[in-house]
Design a protein around this ligand. Sequence first.
Ligand code: AMP
Ligand code: MG
Length: 346
Amino acid sequence: MNTEYLKITGEHYNDAEVIDRAARVIQNGGLVAIPTETVYGLAGSALIPTSAEKIFSAKGRPADNPLIVHIAKPEEAETLAYTCDAYYKLAERFMPGPLTMILPKKGIVPDEVTAGLDSVAIRCPSNDIAHKLIEASGHPIAAPSANRSGIPSPTKAEHVLTDMDGRIDMIIDGGECDIGLESTVIKLTDDGCVILRPGAVTEEMLAEVCDVVTVAKAVIEPSVAAEERVESPGMKYKHYSPKADVILVDANMTDFVAYVNANSDNKCGVFSSNEYRTHFTSAATLITGEHPSARDESKSLFHLLRKADEMGLERVYIKLPEAKGEYLALYNRLIRASGGKIVKPE
Ligand code: AMP
Ligand code: MG
């Protein structure tokens, strides 16, 4: 298959024309990779069963891992799912944005989208291109991250091209994703919600709207056994992993530097702020920012994991962040990317 690569701000196409062409691909059952505020998504109609099948096959995604359905406005969930007051209360505060809510599904949503579950994941993206495409296509859009399954998610169109060239109909290049980590996924409960996957909408932010917010155990478990039943199927897979081994080091900065220097050769890399780059004597530094905030580290994570592979590194050291607040999402992706490998220097 020939994959068309279109830049939304390029010289040759104005925005409306690109959106229009992409909308026709979606309506005809094809796949388009699109930017969202979280990561690039692999978009297909959520109403056409064969579109969902194509998404699974292009990604090599395990068949039991359901897709998130993207809508343009919160009330569009009505045709797809059974909503409730809590949904609208959360939607008012967090939609459009990086929050996905699991709701009981209606019959119109094909089983191919929900992997046979009786619930459906609903999100309303804030990215302008994603938003316009949903509106122009007139379809709700199923869109997982636009990477081959198991490897780091794409945060730039070049990443998508590397993974999906020849496998999908079109890629829209809309620049780098703002957030760089996938959406927060929650399940509603009688008195609040449970976080199934942490993201930029944090536990603390949800607590401003919900009485009780809890975090599912699997979110911070270094490894989830394949046979274990988890509420969100995506939580049990090795995920976000580059070819290089990711080694998380649970230490303060001084001990981290000492550990990396004692255990590195020229095939090793280390995630570092610009400020600390000169402290590392042999590992190649992958720079997360000048004085990186949680947001900066989140935004650069997947790009740097991919870069580690481009550099041919065999091992990458990363200082383990705290499993709370704005760092919880980063912590969750890191323990998945590392396959649970955490070292604690003496
Ligand atoms: P991705 O599309 O790759 O960002 O992953 C979507 C995430 O949402 C995965 O962790 C899925 O398991 C989760 N998810 C999607 N639909 C449902 C659902 N109906 N119930 C529980 N989790 C879901
Ligand atoms: Mg994904």
